[in-house]
Design a protein around this ligand. Sequence first.
Ligand code: ZN
Length: 111
Amino acid sequence: MEHKIVERSVLARVARLVLKSPNVAMVVGRTIYLSGVKKEEFLQNKPWVAHELCHIRQFQEHGFWRFLWLYLKESFRHGYYHNKYEVEARLAGTKEAMAAKQVKQTPSAPV
Ligand SMILES: [Zn+2]
């Protein structure tokens, strides 16, 4: 999926303070803003990447402004954790983590 990554983002730093999290990745449109984590580190964390790519897809599906509005509405009604867009993105991350686990568990062919 087409996207851009911005490191040491001020926007993500604000989110980091609000969420009291040591590192944050946040999506606006097709851009992933990072704070407290380097691009290389972030890209190695496949479940995390899958989570953020899911948000990019949500932006594309609903349209930029409409999705911002829907996301905020969900957050006000249900909070960050139960926001349905976060639930969906978390699921995408979990699926990716499970897929990675399965790959690791596959026994290699004896030589
Ligand atoms: Zn999220």
